[in-house]
Design a protein around this ligand. Structure first.
Ligand code: SAM
Ligand code: FES
Length: 364
């Protein structure tokens, strides 16, 4: 199997049959070999830098009913909330002080936030923090809506494709949602000029190796700037309550593969990975990830943005999460940087050709 990893390392691509073979025949030893190669590639492009994204979960209202998701419309146990523009700006103020230069506005698909309201929020953040990037993660919208947000100053968009296998997509979502539309949204976002992130859950119900191969082939085709993957974790009040979750081992293996497929990709070690293992995010970095997304949401709403059971960091203040993350990253020999952390193809260079970034002062 090592020859497949060597080829992926050298050419960044394999055939469907080869991806399947690699996934199905993985062993701990092979995984270690993959991670070494993945680290080599990530260090070549990004050194030991880890980028921070401040996650602001600004609404848990959602019109969708995805079977896996704890804030789906039908979960009447979920206590719903929305943040005001002022509350969102306050999260940014706290985050800026802590060294965040990217704010990720994430939420359910909530019609309360009309395009006008979103444009107003994006403009207000950009006016106060022109040196920061704004990432949106608010689901499927029309081309015109995406364009309006981009023109208002949004830089990046995260929209996991969830699964690139049509049948599997139908098992995870109600009939009104389609893979076709999800993919179209991603192509629209790319065309408009966003740095785009797709992604999927590892170990979601009914997922097979073939589904994962389809995910990898779709990633190869889309060539996104970011890929968000994390384990599926069941939520007790969803139709998938009785399923088991994704494993650390398979998630790490896929992170390693994705780093080799897209050498310059921005790859988060997700909160879900940190939820299934106490050192999940550190292991994610060591498998090839280069982004972490500590929570900047007000503490009062954190327990309400419960996508899955036992989500970590729901009781901590932003500053605590930030410090904790820095300790974790430094413990494995990497460093958190104060920088927008753009994809290589979007980075501003200084006169020496280096990306403009500073390591965060110890204890800042
Ligand atoms: N509404 C937006 C969207 O659909 O893209 C963003 C919010 S949605 C909650 C963000 C991501 O959470 C989803 O793309 C999904 O992959 C992930 N997610 C939802 N439920 C999950 C679960 N039970 N376990 C792990 N991840 C989950
Ligand atoms: Fe809409 Fe999960 S069902 S965010």
């Amino acid at each position: 199997m090592k020859h497949l990893i060597d080829r992926l390392y050298e050419t960044s691509t394999l055939t469907a049959a080869e991806y399947r073979e690699l996934i199905d025949n993985r062993t701990p030893e092979l995984a270690e070999y993959l991670f070494e190669k993945a680290r080599d590639v990530r260090i070549r492009h990004y050194g030991h830098d880890v980028y921070l994204r401040g996650l602001i979960e600004f609404t848990n209202h959602c019109k969708n009913d995805c079977y896996y998701c704890g804030i789906r419309r039908s979960n009447c146990q979920a206590e719903r909330y929305r943040l005001t523009k002022e509350q969102i700006l306050e999260c940014c103020a706290v985050g800026y002080e802590l060294g965040f230069r990217t704010f990720v506005l994430q939420g359910g698909e909530d019609g309360y936030y009309t395009d006008e309201k979103m444009v107003d929020i994006i403009r207000a953040i950009k006016a106060k923090y022109p040196d920061c990037a704004i990432t949106l993660s608010i689901g499927e919208k029309s081309y015109d809506s995406y364009k309006a947000f981009f023109d208002a100053g949004a830089d990046r968009y995260l929209l996991r494709h969830e699964t690139a296998n049509v049948e599997h997509y139908g098992k995870l979502h109600p009939k009104n949602l389609s893979l076709e539309n999800r993919k179209q949204c991603l192509y629209n976002l790319k065309e408009i000029g966003y740095q785009v992130g797709c992604g999927f859950m590892v170990g979601s119900p009914y997922q097979t190796t073939d589904c994962l191969v389809d995910d990898l082939l779709f990633i190869q085709e889309l060539k996104p700037h970011m890929v968000g993957i994390g384990p599926f974790i069941p939520h007790h009040a969803t139709p998938f309550a009785g399923f088991s979750g994704g494993t650390l081992e398979l998630t790490l293996f896929l992170l390693g593969i994705i780093r080799l497929m897209l050498p310059t990709v921005l790859l988060p070690a997700t909160t879900a990975l940190g939820t299934i293992h106490p050192r999940g995010r550190e292991l994610g970095i060591l498998a090839g990830a280069n982004v972490v997304m500590p929570n900047l949401s007000p503490r009062s709403v954190r327990p309400k943005y419960m996508l899955y059971d036992n989500k970590i960091c729901t009781g901590d203040e932003a500053a605590e999460c930030r410090q904790c993350m820095q300790r974790r990253i430094e413990s494995i020999g990497y460093r958190v940087v104060v920088s927008r952390g753009d994809h290589k193809s979007f980075q501003k260079k200084d006169s020496e050709g280096e990306e403009v970034s500073d390591p965060i002062k110890k204890g800042a």
